[in-house]
Design a protein around this ligand. Structure first.
Ligand code: UDX
Ligand code: UDX
Length: 478
């Protein structure tokens, strides 16, 4: 029996759900896409007339939304109604790391996924394909299936039946639209061939069939975790080598270029930076660690845990270098921080290296001026848990009794007056064209540039008279 999809519901209008459904609505014109969320503000933002106010910033996103919104793409909080009408439901809610209880600090908190499964179970009518889009611990599909199967015991008038598929999303933020339009592969894990084919048919509207892979459901779930773990591992590997470069005189950019030419290694994900951030890498590796521990595979758990440990160590290393270079104290010294997002071309700050580095610099007494073209002051305050400007307070006990520094936000780059140093944390394009010969005149001497993203023009910075530190740069420039 061929299952034809006419009406899709996506629960969760976040960084994954929103862009994914937008791209699907572009290529599957005959299907209605209802994106629902319990957060009214988020939905209002998705429906904002002003497309620059969409809650997610992604290059190319607003152009698609402008064409498909209210045509075959709808954003609302009508969760129940949308579930009722749907023959396919994507679950795309967040799955943060558990803060307390069993598995705290490592396991994913699945309460939102469970809630969704219960909502689906109580409201779906007829046959519904439920698709896991959120990255989930291996075997979550089984839990979802059990909850769904209980539907018919819930005294529902209408009967319902379900298939559960795993269809993890591999998009990276900042390039989400390109990644969705030209995916390296689409992974569909499941048991029922018809349901898998129905989802595959949708993708085939724009993805070549050879790029659509079918696996069993657990392989699909584990492949997503493993994919993120491998990518993060490359970054921890290269960042660990950057520290060796700095003490031996090697240059990490040259090392990356040389090893990347080995076709077995490949050139991507070899850029040393301030440490990986984003909502997925840390969470997914810790999930893998928890899974390994659960099954008694302690050596496997320790292996993957070290990828996260190196990342945290590397972030602290950058703060330490800034303090050392500024004569061992940054108390009351103004430092300009360029970039707060976890990478360029996104307004997302989740797990951004900037959070830990800025917190540590404030703790050392520095006076930060933070610039980011897409992140706002409120978000930074939430992340730092320190109020901007001089009213210093912090809920973190570690900060109490310490002489704290302070921070303020700026949305322009007129911020270099009397600064001792500039610290580049996000690789925004506009930082590449800063006029260093102009900037240096405003700063306290010796003026420093700390470039954790290797984006500044070394010759121009040096010619302007700066001291320059670049990640993984072994050549002494003082
Ligand atoms: C994704 C995935 O879901 C996660 O598994 C993946 O690993 C990374 O992030 P993302 O889209 O980035 O999530 O999360 P977020 O931007 O937080 O969006 C989730 C949305 O789900 C939120 O808008 C939240 O309000 C909504 N939600 C949550 C619901 O609508 N219902 C719920 O029951 C819970
Ligand atoms: C990642 C995965 O790439 C994506 O497939 C998955 O679906 C979600 O998690 P994302 O976190 O959005 O995507 O961005 P990504 O481009 O992977 O960057 C993650 C972090 O690694 C960023 O902080 C980035 O700056 C850093 N990074 C990336 C490096 O430091 N060096 C690199 O060479 C690449």
């Amino acid at each position: 029996m061929e299952l034809k999809i006419k009406n899709v519901c996506c629960i969760g209008a976040g960084f994954v759900g929103g862009p994914t459904m937008a791209v699907m609505s572009k290529f599957c014109k005959e299907i209605i896409f209802n994106v629902v969320d319990i957060n009214q503000k988020r939905i209002d933002d998705w429906n904002n007339e002003d497309l620059d106010k969409l809650p997610v910033y992604e290059p190319g996103l607003k152009e698609i939304v402008s064409k498909t919104r209210n045509e075959n793409l709808f954003f609302s909080t009508n969760v129940k109604e949308s579930i009722k009408n749907a023959d396919m439901i994507f679950i795309s809610v967040n799955t943060p790391t558990k803060k307390s209880g069993l598995g705290a600090g490592k396991a994913s908190d699945l309460k939102w996924v469970e809630n969704c499964a219960r909502e689906v179970s109580s409201n779906a009518i007829g046959h519904t394909i439920v698709v896991e889009k959120s990255t989930l611990p291996v075997k979550t599909a089984e839990v979802i299936q059990k909850i769904l199967n209980s539907a018919n015991q819930n005294n529902k008038k209408e009967t319902s039946s379900f298939d559960v598929l795993s269809n993890p999303e591999f998009l990276a933020e900042g390039t989400a639209i390109k990644d969705l339009e030209y995916p390296d592969r689409v992974l569909i894990g499941g048991e029922n061939k018809e349901a898998m084919l129905a989802l595959s048919q949708m993708y085939q509207n724009w993805v070549p069939k050879k790029n659509i892979l079918f696996t069993n459901i657990w392989s699909s779930e584990l492949a997503k975790l493993t994919s993120n773990a491998f990518l993060a591992q490359r970054i921890s590997s290269i960042n660990s080598i950057s520290a060796i470069c700095e003490v031996t005189g090697a240059d990490i950019r040259e090392v990356s270029r040389a090893i990347g030419r080995d076709s077995r290694i490949g050139s991507k994900f070899l850029e040393s930076g301030p440490g990986f951030g984003g909502s997925c890498f840390k969470k997914d590796i810790l999930n893998l660690v928890y899974l390994s521990e659960y099954f008694g595979l302690m050596e496997v758990a320790r292996f993957w845990e070290e990828v996260v440990n190196i990342n945290t160590w590397h972030q602290s290393r950058i703060t330490k270098i800034v303090v050392e270079k500024l004569f061992g104290s940054i108390s009351q010294k103004k430092i300009v921080v360029l970039g707060f997002a976890f990478k360029a071309n996104t307004n997302d700050t989740r797990e951004s290296a900037a959070i830990k580095i800025c917190k540590d610099l404030i703790m050392e007494g520095a006076e930060l001026v933070i610039h980011d073209p897409k992140v706002n002051s409120i978000q930074i305050e939430n992340d730092l848990q320190v109020k901007p400007s001089s009213e210093n307070y912090c809920q973190d006990e570690n900060y109490i009794n310490n002489q704290l520094g302070k921070w303020r936000f700026s949305n322009n780059l007129n911020i270099f007056e009397n600064a001792h140093a500039v610290l580049v944390l996000t690789e925004w394009e506009e930082y590449k064209s800063i006029k260093w010969d102009y900037v240096v005149k405003k700063m306290v001497k010796p003026a420093w540039v700390f470039d954790s993203r290797s984006i500044v023009n070394v010759d121009l910075v040096k010619k302007a008279g700066f001291n320059l530190w670049r990640v993984g740069d072994g050549i002494q420039k003082e």
